[in-house]
Ligand binder design. Structure first.
Ligand code: UTP
Length: 292
């Protein structure tokens, strides 16, 4: 498997007004936009062929992964090798293709746009606003499950009972392997009393190509959007289509940077663990908390 699809065409309404003119995937977490963490995750799991689905304000996304000649020439002239490295880091990371979603009809619709690029192969789907840590560990585990057991693989994380209404939630049964479950069905944003578990779908998937036919048949669901979860449910309910649907429970951290609180948690956690900033930042943070 070589191909990765990264949807980054959402409206980002939870993060307005910052996302009025800037895609939420470009919001910086310390000094890198979220989307760069996502591409680095794909590359660290050995996937180099990226199709990014973009929407309005796509220019910032494309420019970030393009050369910046004026900047590079100026930094080279000054002999500032460290900053030059920062600027060029994103350019050669992967082979990135861009495609416009057109109408923002939901995540399922964005994924369906990838059909011509992906063809008849399994592929990874990484949501462009989610950061997972340690970088690449979860995706590598998911690719291993796919290589060994086939089928579809969906990343899950345990969330608090009160938070289930913000996510797709999976109904699961255990397997012989800890951290891997079998998914029976999924429900999008259930009320807490209707949630089949506290295992939320967090935006990392390994999908079979049959998903495209299923998405074509999926009618708009919640929020009048074409929901990926509805098509995934078809796979889970009938494993003769493309094999079983596995859940891999993340053994690490994940941040939905499209949510303000989770974004702040991502910035603080990642800053605190950085070699260059961490010590000073942690000392400041301790003093700040002591004052409150
Ligand atoms: P979200 O549901 O978090 O995106 O989609 P959103 O609609 O932008 O969020 P809010 O609720 O308005 O703040 C998860 C991922 O799917 C992409 C988003 O860009 C994000 O990376 N997405 C969503 C699309 O590419 N197209 C869509 O139509 C919807």
């Amino acid at each position: 498997m070589t191909k990765v699809v990264v949807p980054a065409a959402g409206m980002g309404t939870r993060f307005l007004p910052a996302t009025k003119a800037l895609p939420k995937e470009m919001l910086p977490v310390v000094d890198k936009p979220t989307i760069q963490y996502v591409i680095e995750e794909a590359v660290s799991a050995g996937l180099h062929d990226v199709l990014m689905i973009t929407g309005r304000n796509k220019n910032a996304l494309e420019n970030h992964f393009d050369r910046a000649w004026e900047l590079e020439t100026t930094l080279l002239g000054k002999g500032d090798v460290a900053k030059l490295k920062d600027v060029t880091q994103s350019t050669g990371l992967a082979q990135i293709h861009f495609l416009r979603q057109g109408d923002p009809l939901g995540l399922g619709h964005a994924v369906s746009k990838a059909r011509a690029h992906v063809g008849n192969e399994a592929f990874a789907l990484l949501l462009g606003d989610i950061i997972t840590e340690p970088l690449g560990a979860l995706l590598r585990q998911m690719l291993d499950v796919h290589a060994t057991h086939g089928g579809t693989v969906i990343a899950l994380a345990e969330v608090k009972p009160d938070d289930v209404a913000a996510y797709g939630i999976a109904d699961v049964e255990p397997t012989e392997q800890s951290g891997r479950v079998r998914i029976r069905s999924m429900v999008e944003k259930p009320a807490p009393h209707e949630a089949p578990s506290q295992l939320a779908i967090i935006g990392r998937y390994v999908l079979p190509p049959q998903i495209f036919d299923l998405l074509d048949e999926t009618k708009p669901g919640k929020g009048n959007e074409i929901q990926l979860t509805d098509a995934l449910n078809e796979l889970a309910e009938d494993e003769s289509i493309a094999g079983p649907v596995w859940g891999v429970i993340i053994d690490g951290e994940w941040y939905d940077t499209g949510d303000k609180l989770a974004y702040l948690q991502a910035v603080v956690t990642i800053a605190a663990s950085r070699d260059d900033l961490g010590a000073e930042f942690r000392a400041w943070l301790r003093a700040f908390i002591d004052q409150k």
